[in-house]
Design a protein around this ligand. Structure first.
Ligand SMILES: Nc1ncnc2c1ncn2[C@@H]1O[C@H](COP(=O)(O)OP(=O)(O)OP(=O)(O)O)[C@@H](O)[C@H]1O
Length: 253
């Protein structure tokens, strides 16, 4: 799936939240959105998923203007993991993840063996198989986050849009999640605060500052000492681990 965001701006209560943002996402590209708290990452992602209507500019999905794509159709194309997810439901984990199959169903259409298999597979991929019959309400923060992602995976869309998906997750599950997302070869757009994950997993990064696009490019072009100072006002050092072909980011304050 390709996504083209062309000069979108969002104003809320007369305050400019994002201004003239442009973004191009190629099919199966893994794109990270960086930026300090309040820089506009969620607002940008909500605009792409039609939760917020920009005041100006346009968004095209597979060369179609998003205003012409219905919510039902959008849900078959894009699965969303929001920053805050309502989990106050009296569902089992399986019932919750099964909601990811709704966009593919007509009214009153029953779930099939294929739907059940996809839910089972998604739970397996997130390491949540043993929790299938547990109640959502009793899960820990990290476990809840993993079933929200499992629901998005079960939705079987070509594109995933995630707002800080590693929230509440321990380091092992963060790494597993990004390794899994990368291996899926879907189109992925994710807001992300962890610069090492962004550096090591993303194909392309966009960096926002005060609602404006400050930088874009490959991780090694965007995450530099100078750029991070400009974006976050902190000094970093990049440590290269040649054997693993990975980069660690040391925050120097
Ligand atoms: N409905 C709203 N009313 C007023 N201000 C809003 C509203 N929605 C967002 N904002 C403001 O817009 C700015 C950008 O918010 P947004 O959630 O997009 O930032 P973010 O980059 O995702 O931040 P974070 O890293 O903290 O999640 C913030 O200053 C926020 O307070």
């Amino acid at each position: 799936m390709n996504i083209e965001v062309d000069h979108i701006s969002v104003t809320i209560n007369k305050k400019c939240i994002i201004a003239a943002i442009c973004l191009t996402v190629e099919p199966r590209q893994f794109v990270g959105i960086l930026g300090a708290n309040g820089s506009g990452k969620s607002t940008l992602l909500k605009s792409i998923t039609k939760i917020i209507q920009p005041d100006s500019g346009s968004i095209r999905i597979n060369d179609r203007c998003i205003s012409q794509v219905s919510y039902a159709e959008l849900a078959q194309q894009i699965a969303v993991v929001g920053q805050f997810n309502s989990m106050d439901v009296d569902y089992t984990v399986t019932e919750f993840v099964m909601m990811g199959r709704y966009p593919h169903k007509k009214k009153y259409e029953s779930m099939t063996a294929v739907d059940h298999a996809l839910v089972k597979q998604a739970l397996h991929e997130l390491g949540m198989s043993d929790y299938a019959n547990r109640k959502v309400m009793g899960l820990s923060g990290g476990e809840k986050q993993r079933i929200v992602i499992a629901r998005a995976i079960a939705q079987q869309t070509p594109c995933l849009i995630l707002d800080e998906p590693t929230n509440h997750m321990d380091i092992k599950h963060q790494l597993q999640l990004f390794t899994m997302l990368k291996a899926m070869e879907k189109t992925v757009i994710t807001a992300i605060h962890d610069m090492a994950l962004a550096y090591n997993y993303c194909d392309k990064l966009y960096a926002l500052k005060d609602g404006r696009l400050l930088l874009s490019g490959r991780p090694e072009e965007v995450i530099t000492k100078e750029n991070v100072k400009q974006l976050f006002g902190i000094d970093i050092a990049l440590l290269r681990c040649e054997k693993e072909n990975k980069v660690a980011v040391l925050y120097e304050g």
